[in-house]
Write a protein that binds this ligand. Structure first.
Ligand code: NI
Length: 279
């Protein structure tokens, strides 16, 4: 049995649902993986902690301390590059039509983002994965075909994760570091099962539901702060349109777009960064 560490948002948990939600929201400022809005199509995680690190190699890193000691930079305008870092993440792709269109936009804007892809879509569109990776984007694991991992046997859940890692590694020559479980749903079993860092998001504009690029852009602009991880889906035309609107708007506000690995690396000390990169 492998050892593992949980990194709870706090060492205490609310016992009542309302207290839980409140803690969940408060912590969102400090812990990147905490949703600031609860997805309506999912039940919230049982614990307020959604950043989980289970790295199979010693020494194990303690992110909690690193994140506490480096709160998000002040949201005041700053011209120095890198002081207002945010990560755009795109889930559920690649999509035959929308992902290449998004890649064109990202290339034009010289912005790097992170794709949480489905293994089955990576298999269907290997050239898109290769292109995204070659253009400097990060490819991470979102399961093989988007089940609730918590409803599968541990064997089947493990296969979902491992098969997706295999195809991504084959195509990009880089093994995913992060797992974003579909619907943000995971439990202790999944945490013990995977060696990935489980990563959710901090801004969810519900682009998959509202299908309106202007509203999605507006929501993100109203809620954005340094250190945020934005959840979008590169399988919807309106979501890609929203990204096209959002990127120049946020650049004007002084934000710099980085991949999630870069975002976390900037929050860790050098020894922790080293471990994270070797994870
Ligand atoms: Ni998804």
């Amino acid at each position: 049995m492998s050892l593992f560490l949980t990194f709870a948002a706090l060492l205490f948990f609310g016992h009542q649902h309302e207290a839980h939600i409140s803690t969940y929201m408060e912590r969102a400022h400090y812990f990147y993986s905490l949703p600031t809005t609860l997805p309506t199509n999912t039940t919230p995680p049982k614990e307020p902690a959604v950043l989980y690190v289970n790295i199979p190699l010693e020494p194990r890193i303690v992110l909690k301390e690193a994140l506490h000691s480096s709160p998000s930079p002040s949201p005041s305008p700053s011209s120095s590059s890198g002081s207002k870092l945010i990560a755009l993440t795109f889930d559920d792709g690649p999509n035959k039509k929308e992902t290449p269109r998004l890649l064109d936009i990202l290339k034009k804007e010289q912005v790097k983002s992170t794709f949480f892809v489905l293994g089955k879509n990576a298999k269907a569109y290997p050239e898109i994965i290769k292109r995204a990776s070659a253009e400097g984007h990060e490819i991470e694991n979102h399961s093989w075909d988007h089940p609730y991992l918590t409803k599968l046997s541990l064997n089947d859940a493990g296969k979902q994760i491992a098969d997706t890692d295999t195809i991504i590694t084959e195509l990009t020559k880089r093994t995913p570091l992060f797992l974003r479980p579909p619907y943000g749903a995971f439990d202790t079993g999944i945490k013990e099962l995977t060696s990935h860092i489980i990563l959710l998001w901090s801004i969810d504009p519900q682009d998959w539901k509202i299908h309106d690029s202007a509203s999605v852009e507006k929501y993100i602009k109203e809620h954005i702060k340094p250190g945020d991880i934005i959840l979008l889906h590169d399988i919807h035309t309106t979501s890609v349109d929203a990204a096209a609107l959002l990127i120049p708007a946020l650049k004007k506000e002084g934000y710099t777009f980085v991949t999630v690995e870069e975002l976390f690396a900037g929050k860790l000390g050098s020894s922790e960064k080293k471990v994270l990169r070797h994870g």
